[in-house]
Ligand binder design. Structure first.
Ligand code: HAX
Length: 441
């Protein structure tokens, strides 16, 4: 870990000095105006956070430290003979800010292998839950049980100097990321494979070993996991899972507490749970129509039915994006390469043709295009993972990379406890009449 920590610290010190200078010279500059509607409607479009690991553009989609997903598919290290990026490399990029060499990525693989031991009480805690408990609940409970291992919590209790916070968050984050695949795979095998668990393989990379512990030996599935765990890792700072992790961490809650909080947000159907909702929706459509290959016309009718019963079309729309999500496109490319004739994958592509014009015609939806969740499930089903309630756990394992790299940065840069101002509608009404001051000074 020594080299990685040193490289991170050198970057963080430079960045902290730069931010100090920026704030000294420009700290009082205004960056925008907030409209009343924004404070009632999810703070959409209000710039209120700094997140160093990635940046989302409404048209171009996500860039990790300036690199788009297609660029990273070329530039990040891969396993020998593989063609998908290693998530270890993306983590290095997000953490250190530079592209990793093969050796840098393999160093992280080795670090995570070494730190991946999960204490027995975590499994015992999961076992205390009914087996039909939703996998995301089991996942969060597993992470919370692991909190006993927090070095941040222990060092804070021992009177840690605030200059060392980042160091303890760094250690906890590395441990947690190293252990998540084991916990996630345990939940999968417990719930769906009768508790027939598979021991880790110390020779495999982080994603490859995860695929192995889930019980999938196909090399194609391992490649899919590498891609999947890379593209779901981060989506700048304002999405619910990233923002929640950052918010809870700002109270100096340790990385286990902060990440578990973020995962509770990911478990919402408008956020990460949308990946299970998409496949559930397609399965229900196929059943209702009595065909595995619904036509575009049949899909269009089913979409209208979904909308008229007051439900959202899962996998479509986004709070920031205004074009097809490049994470959707990356998965579509994977599908074209590995399974172009798969009927479910083809249905996803037919939905992609049928849905946007319908959503557009409603006039109120700002983004009629598919997001990451519209595609992921069909690829998993292709390899036999049909248990869609588990999908958000896969997302969560990946999301740990971005939100925890960000949390390390938060503490290294000494970011403050987050505490925006709220108001009541009574105060808003007074302010409209010119009587009350809405902004606290
Ligand atoms: N189907 C039906 N209606 C939709 C819709 C969809 N896919 N997307 C948006 N709308 C509706 C909204 O519900 C809202 O309706 P009301 O005014 O009646 O409340 C209206 O269109 C305007 O919404 P918006 O401004 O376009 O979208 P928001 O920024 O408010 O919400 C969401 C963004 C992603 C939550 C939304 O598009 C949605 O619910 N999509 C379906 C669920 C989904 O796929 N979520 C995953 C998003 C990506 C992600 O976080 N992955 O983890």
């Amino acid at each position: 870990m020594g080299v990685l920590k040193e490289r991170f610290k050198a970057k963080a010190d430079d960045q902290a000095a730069e931010i100090k200078d920026i704030l000294k010279e420009h700290g009082s500059k205004k960056i925008g105006e907030v409209q009343l509607s924004q404070i009632y409607q999810g703070m959409r479009g209000i710039t209120g956070l700094v997140s160093e690991t990635s940046l989302l553009d409404a048209q171009d989609g996500i860039r990790f430290r300036g690199y788009s997903i297609p660029e990273l598919q070329n530039l990040l290290p891969k396993i020998e003979g593989g063609s998908e990026p290693l998530p270890e490399g993306l983590f290095y990029l997000m953490l250190v800010g530079d592209l990793p060499t093969d050796a840098d990525a393999h160093h992280i693989t080795a670090l995570w292998q070494r730190r991946s031991h999960v204490p027995n009480h975590v499994f015992d805690t999961i076992e205390a839950l009914p087996v039909n408990t939703h996998p995301m609940t089991q996942f969060v409970v597993g992470v919370m049980a692991l909190q006993t291992e927090s070095s941040f919590a222990r060092r804070y209790a021992d009177g840690m100097n605030k200059k060392e916070y980042w160091d303890a968050v760094f250690d906890d984050s590395m441990d947690l990321i190293a252990r998540l695949p084991r916990i996630a795979a345990y939940i999968y095998r417990r719930k769906y494979k009768g508790g027939d668990h598979i021991q880790p393989n110390g020779l495999l990379d982080w994603a490859g070993n995860f695929a192995h512990m889930l019980g999938y030996s196909d090399d194609g599935f391992k490649e899919l996991m590498r891609l999947y765990l890379t593209i779901h890792a981060d989506h700048e700072g304002g999405n619910v899972s990233a923002h929640t992790t950052h918010l809870v961490g700002s109270a100096l809650s340790d990385p286990y507490l902060s990440f578990a909080a973020g995962m509770n947000g990911l478990a919402g159907p408008l956020h990460g749970l949308a990946n299970q909702e998409v496949i559930k929706w397609i399965f229900e459509m196929r059943e209702e129509l009595g065909t595995e290959t619904p036509s575009k016309e049949q899909i269009a009718e089913y979409v209208q039915k979904t909308l008229s019963s007051g439900k959202v079309v899962p996998g479509y729309g986004h709070a920031v994006l205004r074009k097809t999500d490049p994470r959707f496109t990356a998965q579509m490319e994977f599908g074209k390469k590995h399974m172009p004739d798969d009927p479910l994958v083809q249905t996803v592509w037919n939905i992609y043709d049928a849905v946007p014009p319908i959503l557009q015609s409603l006039g109120k939806i700002k983004n009629p295009w598919p997001n990451v969740d519209a595609h992921s499930g069909a690829l998993l089903v292709h390899y036999g993972m049909v248990e869609y309630e588990f999908y958000t756990v896969l997302f969560g394992v990946s999301r740990a990379l971005g939100v925890l790299a960000s949390l390390i940065w938060d503490r290294a840069l000494g970011f403050a406890i987050e505490r925006p101002k709220s108001v009541t509608t009574d105060l808003v009404k007074e302010w409209i009449k010119g009587e009350g001051e809405i902004w606290g000074e």
